[in-house]
Write a protein that binds this ligand. Structure first.
Ligand SMILES: Cc1cc2nc3c(=O)[nH]c(=O)nc-3n(C[C@H](O)[C@H](O)[C@H](O)COP(=O)(O)OP(=O)(O)OC[C@H]3O[C@@H](n4cnc5c(N)ncnc54)[C@H](O)[C@@H]3O)c2cc1C
Length: 378
């Protein structure tokens, strides 16, 4: 085929869709099934603000360097808006905005420094005082003095998004090789040969959308793709009455909180999972307890909702927390796409840009900050 896409998460499925609908002969390969890794395990947050934990850890210079990546999220959020119609599936996209809650004056000062950077780049985030916060989210603890509001944020259903891209790609003629781990990639005169499961595949170009498998795939091509991994967990409660309209974060301890269309509250924020004695990632009960403690501190009203499920998934990052997106000079025709921490939000746009790159179509934005070559491996 023309192009082989490795990875059946949202990045790969969106890429396969964008390629297939342009008439490209595309094969989507996954070691397992579609949507089995991060894209099907995430919390469904559609992010549009600079993430506060990263801001606190890395500071203002980093936040400014992140602005081109924030622009990607924003453009992807706009794609999410029309995606249910485009893919003919209800992806449960809602964009009521996000609220980052500060518990102390010190935290509000830190949030204000972040908002100043966002506003300086033209974003319409703004500070909320206590009465505005109470008006927007009356269920928030009266102890919380204020926070940030970012109007672009929202949520979508991660269980349906990537599979819907894949089904739409199939309607446009994409083919699939599922349960076929890519084990080797060999450069040929006119492209690449991939050994996937028991099948040998020839492709003119390859898109690497392998998430946590990116390091291993890179080694097959002698490329150092510096993707780091961290297993984190998310919990869902039983359905409760409509309460939480926004995507909610907390500036002190890690928290994301939202309410899915089913009524379930989704509680996460990057709390670490743990390995069991067999080396598998499993739920960490300490993280679960701490995560719920933070949620109840911010939102005492949810204390009676029973948690029915907690699961773990592997999140990925890059050394500078900017995406890696582009072609390797030493491996012409190999395109890599990974968006750290927020790849669910970025997925639709990543798919479109990877399809542009792989078909040599102008992307019409500066991709230099995301260049794969910036870490040394060219
Ligand atoms: C618990 C959790 C919560 C999160 N919450 C959010 C959130 O609320 N909002 C948000 O925007 N982001 C969130 N994220 C991040 C987001 O889920 C990921 O950034 C995104 O899903 C990455 O998508 P992807 O398609 O690039 O990778 P993945 O979904 O990981 O897909 C990669 C695929 O590649 C396949 N693969 C790997 N190696 C090979 C190989 N050798 N051969 C064949 N196939 C291979 C894998 O089987 C996998 O299916 C969260 C992540 C986690 C873990």
């Amino acid at each position: 085929m023309d192009i082989a896409v490795i990875g059946g998460g949202i990045t790969g499925a969106a890429t396969a869709y964008e390629l297939a609908r342009r008439g490209v002969d595309v094969l989507l390969i996954d070691a397992k099934d579609l949507n089995t890794e991060a894209s099907g395990r995430n919390a469904g947050s559609l992010h549009g603000m600079i993430q506060h934990p990263s801001f606190m850890e890395r500071g203002e210079d980093w936040a400014r360097s992140f602005l081109p990546a924030l622009d990607l999220l924003t453009d992807s959020l706009n794609l999410w808006e029309g995606l249910s119609d485009e893919l003919s599936v209800d992806l449960e996209v809602t964009r009521n905005g996000g609220i980052l809650i500060g518990a102390t004056q010190g935290q509000l000062d830190d949030i204000a420094r972040k908002v100043a950077i966002e506003q300086g780049a033209g974003y319409s985030s703004r500070m909320l005082d206590q009465s505005e916060l109470r008006e927007m989210a009356p269920w928030v603890s009266p102890d919380m003095p204020g926070g940030e509001y970012m109007p672009t944020e929202g949520k979508a259903n991660p269980l349906v998004a990537a599979p819907s891209f894949a089904r739409a790609a199939e309607r446009h003629g994409a083919r699939f090789a599922l349960g076929e781990p890519v084990r080797s990639i060999t450069r040929m005169n006119d492209g690449y040969e991939l050994e996937a499961g028991s099948t040998a595949i020839r492709a003119r170009s390859i898109v690497l959308a392998a998430g946590d498998g990116m390091n291993a795939i890179g080694r097959m091509l002698n490329l150092d793709i510096p993707v780091t991994s961290e297993a984190v967990q998310v919990s869902a409660t039983e359905p409760v009455k409509p309460l939480v309209k926004h995507l909610v974060y907390n500036a002190g301890d890690k928290l994301t909180l939202k309410q899915a269309h089913t009524g379930a509250l989704l509680i996460g924020g990057g709390w670490p999972a743990r390995r069991n004695s067999a080396g598998e990632w499993v739920v960490n009960p300490d993280s679960l307890r701490d995560n719920l403690r933070v949620a109840m501190k911010v939102a005492p009203a949810i204390a009676n909702a029973n948690v029915v499920r907690t699961w773990a998934g592997i999140g990925n990052a890059t050394p500078d927390l900017l995406p890696i997106l582009g072609e390797y000079e030493s491996a012409p025709g190999v395109f890599v796409g990974i968006y750290p921490h927020m790849g669910f939000t970025a997925g639709p746009l990543m798919g479109r840009m990877l399809a542009d790159l792989a078909t040599r179509t102008a992307v019409n934005r500066n991709l230099q900050p995301f260049s794969p070559g910036r870490f040394g491996s060219r």
